[in-house]
Ligand binder design. Structure first.
Ligand code: ADP
Ligand code: MG
Length: 395
């Protein structure tokens, strides 16, 4: 991949795909993490004296033109506060407003196009739309790692028609995750949780080829426990995935990977803030209760394995961490990872990142990936269209 460091952007019109898909309430950005993550690249380009043209999607508009609800106006406002300079907002994506504003842009100024998904051609990776976008600029920078797993006009097609470069965030995400997979410091401990085995099975499969220890928690542990013949009560299980879970346990054995499953779990009759809970052995899960967190003994075993790790990858909470009665397992795992200051610690996945933030340990992690789906696909060993487009550059 050519990166922004190979680019002399001075005086050039640089079209930058960023991920500014931030939550908005009452016209205000409520979490500016993604905007902050885009700043290094945007500031570098401004500093070089480029004419910066930003583009992003936000939410799921219908693709029939402007919709107030999905406008990037609140994003432009917050971004201009973060940059300390004006962010000019176009009224359209490649229409008259975008064209006019892009052509009158001065060196060091920033223009933001409206939501690229207002144009239905975006998600179809339309060459026409890519050509229209390209006509606004001289070069293209992709810094939107979070959408790199989608082949869209602004993430893939555009790189066929403009010289393309990776931005800092894109570069950092790809380098960090790739080196974790290619040459992890050992022992390499992977911690996987979350709700669905079906979502994570490819990640588990891929990590069994890389990790020394694989820790399983979250709702998906019950599909594994069921495959071991344990009673799971009313816990969430995916019946169709029991055989695959069993295959994974066998694969771990044959590869010499230590696969850790819970030995005890926190159970309750209902998922609620004031549920009455108890910790039981995985051999004694009552038939009328659900497992909603790993138990204290399991949390200690997991924390101990994490303590001995030289690198840790974590995706997926250990329980329903959003509610206090089921948050302890996830908290203990988050703290164990944070406390292992010598290890490379990498966190991926929307809810896992939310957990790390909620427990106040984000700044102790080596790297927190901004790309939920994209990081999972990369870890699964899948090619990301947005990354491949940067690699295949012939222009
Ligand atoms: P990530 O976004 O980090 O990849 P997932 O989306 O896979 O994680 O899973 C997160 C969700 O899993 C959380 O909302 C959490 O409440 C839920 N969850 C975790 N453990 C359980 C459980 N035992 N039963 C039901 N839901 C669970
Ligand atoms: Mg999630």
């Amino acid at each position: 991949m050519r990166t922004i460091e190979d680019l002399n952007a001075s005086g050039k019109r640089v079209l930058v795909r960023v991920d500014l898909n931030a939550p908005i309430k009452d016209g205000q950005v409520t979490d500016d993490t993604r905007l902050v993550a885009a700043l290094p690249t945007v500031k570098e380009l401004i500093g070089q004296g480029a004419k910066v043209i930003l583009m992003s999607h936000r939410g799921r508009p219908k693709g029939v033109g402007f919709e107030e609800e999905f406008s990037l106006a609140p994003v432009a406002k917050r971004l201009s506060e973060l940059l300390g300079q004006d962010v000019i907002l176009a009224e359209d994506v490649t229409g008259p407003s975008a064209k006019e504003l892009a052509s009158s842009l001065e060196d060091g100024q920033v223009l933001l196009l409206e939501n690229v998904r207002f144009d239905a051609r975006e998600k179809k990776n339309s060459p026409d739309m890519a050509a229209e976008l390209a006509s606004l600029a001289d070069v293209y920078v992709n810094d939107a790692f979070g959408t790199a797993h989608r082949a869209h006009a602004s993430t893939a097609g555009i790189a066929d028609v403009l010289p393309a470069y990776a931005g800092y965030l894109m570069q950092k995400e790809v380098d960090t995750l790739t080196s974790m997979l290619d040459a992890p410091k050992r022992p390499f401990v992977a911690v996987l949780g979350g709700s669905k085995v079906s979502d994570k099975i490819k990640v588990i499969d891929a990590l069994l080829d890389k990790a020394d220890v694989l820790i399983i928690g979250g709702a998906m542990c019950f599909t594994f426990l069921l495959s071991e013949g344990k009673p799971v009560g009313k816990s969430l299980v995916e019946e169709d995935w029991v055989d695959r879970a069993h295959d994974m346990i066998k694969k771990a054995k044959s590869k010499g990977v230590k696969l850790l499953l819970p030995v005890d779990v926190v159970v309750a009759k209902e998922i609620s803030e004031d549920a009455s809970t108890s910790a039981v052995s995985v051999d004694d899960i009552p038939s009328d209760q659900m497992g909603l967190d790993i138990g204290p003994e399991t949390a200690d075993i997991y924390a101990d394995a994490i303590k001995k790790a030289a690198s840790v990858f974590w995706n997926g909470p250990m329980g329903v961490f959003e509610m206090a009665p089921f948050a302890e397992g996830t908290r203990k795992v988050a703290e164990a990872i944070a406390d292992n200051a010598d290890a490379d610690t990498i966190i991926g996945g929307g809810d896992s990142v939310a957990a790390v933030n909620a427990f106040g340990v984000a700044d102790k992690m080596t790297f927190i990936s901004t790309g939920g789906g994209a990081s999972m696909e990369l870890v699964q060993g899948e090619a990301l269209p947005g990354v491949e487009a940067l690699k295949d550059q012939v222009i």
